[in-house]
Write a protein that binds this ligand. Structure first.
Ligand code: NDP
Ligand code: 8X3
Length: 248
C-alpha cells in the first residue's frame, strides 16, 4: 500500500505516518518544514519518502504528484491532513489574512491534492481519499467563524466526491475530530504556548495516535465498505444548549 500524507511534520500527520509505516505501507510524507521531514526520514527509513511541499502552491502540488518516483507513484490512499486554525477572535475583529490562510490551506490546498490524485485513482479503479475535517465543520462556536467554514467545506466536498465517484471503487472518508492535543492550538494562537496549554488544562483530549488509529481503521475496511463521515470527541467534550442573550 502506498499512502500520501500532507502535513506530516507534526500532530496527526506524523502519527499517521508512523502508524502506516509500522503496518508495512510505503508513505510519501509532505510538509513545509524540511528540518522536521529530515528527522522523520531518519527515524522511519526507506519506506518513507519525504517531500517539502506547501499545499497552497497549486503548481508545486501538481509537480510533486507528477514527479513521484515509480515505486511511490501509484498512490492507494491520499490523506488530506495539512491544515490550520488561526485566531479565535469574533468575526468583526478577525484578521482577514488569517481567514485567507485557512481558506488557502484547508480548502484550496485540499482541492489541489485531491484533484492531482483523483484521475490516477479512477483510472486504476482503486483508491481512498481521507480528509481531516473537524467537529467545527458541523457545530458552530464563538470564534470558529472561518475555520469552521473551511471544515464545513471539507465535509460537503467529501460527500460530493462520493456522489461523483459512484460506479468507481474509489472511497472517500471525512474524519471529524474534536479537541485533540497537537500543535494545533500553538499555531492557532500564534505561538503562545501558555494559551495553547490552557485549552487542554484539566482535560484528557484526543491524542494524535487516537486519530491515526481511526484513519488506519477506515482505510482497512473491506473494499466494498465506505465510511462516509466519522465524528470523534474525547469523553470530556460535549455539546451546550443554544446561547440566548436576555435583556439586562
Ligand atoms: P498540527 O499543527 O500539529 O499539524 C498541522 C500539520 O499541517 C503540520 O505538519 C504542518 O506542517 C501542516 N501544514 C500546515 N499548513 C501547511 C501547508 N500550507 N502546506 C503543507 N502542510 C501544512 O495540527 P493537527 O495535527 O492537530 O492538525 C491536522 C489536521 O487536523 C488539520 O487539518 C486540522 O485542522 C485538523 N483537526 C485538528 C484538531 C485538533 O484539535 N488538533 C481537531 C480537528 C481537526 P508544516 O508547518 O511543516 O507545513
Ligand atoms: C479543531 C477542533 O473544536 O478546536 O478542529 O475547532 S476545534
Amino acid at each position: 500500500m502506498i499512502v500520501f500524507v500532507t502535513g506530516v511534520t507534526s500532530g496527526f500527520g506524523a502519527a499517521i505516518t508512523r502508524r502506516f509505516i509500522a503496518a508495512g505501507a510505503k508513505v510519501v510524507g509532505s510538509g513545509r518544514r524540511a528540518d522536521r521531514l529530515a528527522v522523520l526520514q531518519a527515524e522511519l527509513g526507506g519506506n518513507l519518502l519525504t517531500r517539502t511541499l506547501d499545499v497552497r502552491d497549486r503548481a508545486a502540488v501538481e509537480r510533486c504528484v507528477a514527479e513521484l518516483p515509480p515505486e511511490f507513484a501509484e498512490v492507494d490512499v491520499l490523506i488530506n491532513n495539512a491544515g490550520l486554525a488561526r485566531g479565535l477572535e469574533p468575526a468583526q475583529r478577525a484578521d482577514l489574512d488569517d481567514w485567507e490562510a485557512m481558506v488557502d490551506t484547508n480548502i484550496k490546498g485540499l482541492m489541489y491534492c485531491t484533484r492531482a490524485f483523483l484521475p490516477g485513482m479512477v483510472a486504476r479503479d482503486h483508491g481512498h481519499i481521507v480528509n481531516l475535517g473537524s467537529v467545527a465543520g458541523e457545530f458552530p462556536y464563538p470564534g470558529g467563524n472561518a475555520y469552521g467554514g473551511t471544515k464545513a467545506f471539507v465535509r460537503q466536498f467529501s460527500l460530493n466526491l462520493r456522489a461523483d465517484l459512484l460506479g468507481s471503487k474509489v472511497r472517500v472518508t471525512n474524519i471529524e475530530p474534536g479537541m485533540a492535543e497537537t500543535e494545533f492550538s500553538v499555531v492557532r494562537f500564534g505561538g503562545d504556548a501558555a494559551r495553547a496549554g490552557s485549552v487542554y488544562a484539566g482535560t484528557q483530549p484526543l491524542s494524535a495516535e487516537d486519530i491515526a488509529e481511526t484513519v488506519e481503521w477506515v482505510v482497512s475496511r473491506p473494499a466494498h465498505v465506505n465510511v462516509n463521515t466519522m465524528s470523534i470527541m474525547p469523553v470530556c467534550q460535549a455539546f451546550s444548549p443554544f446561547a440566548v442573550k436576555r435583556q439586562d
